[in-house]
Write a protein that binds this ligand. Sequence first.
Ligand code: FES
Length: 155
Amino acid sequence: MSQVTEYSEKVLDHFSNPRNVGQIENASGVGTVGNAKCGDIMRMYLDIDENNIVRDARFKTFGCGAAIATSSMATELVKGKTVEEALKVTNKAVMEALDGLPPVKIHCSLLAEEAIHAALWDYAQKNGIMIEGLKPPVNDIEETEEFYTMQGEGK
Ligand code: FES
């Protein structure tokens, strides 16, 4: 992929019309990750059925436009996949699906990958299962009052 210096049409589309925004009640797995440098936060909700298929994915992101676009694309990519396949949805896959991101925005796509992993980790923990290749989330953050306030909830 050649170096991208501006936002692609797809990034702009997913930023302007993000897919799957929201939350899932009683989600099978929820993962919240943050980037300490930029302060952006992403939360991913997964609904996984008894056959280990991701039936639904939703997100809430308090972050930059690229973080919103990558969250949106990440939810689209994991839907319909098995948990093992969802684990393979890397930030590179998300970026490729968006026709690239400017180099300074690559970390935003990493947040999307980490959010998927954190949600899968939560799912695995809740069900006492191991998902091969899945590591504990690195940038997992505590559920803060601040996050809910930012999302306009809990008031
Ligand atoms: Fe931090 Fe985009 S600037 S996630």
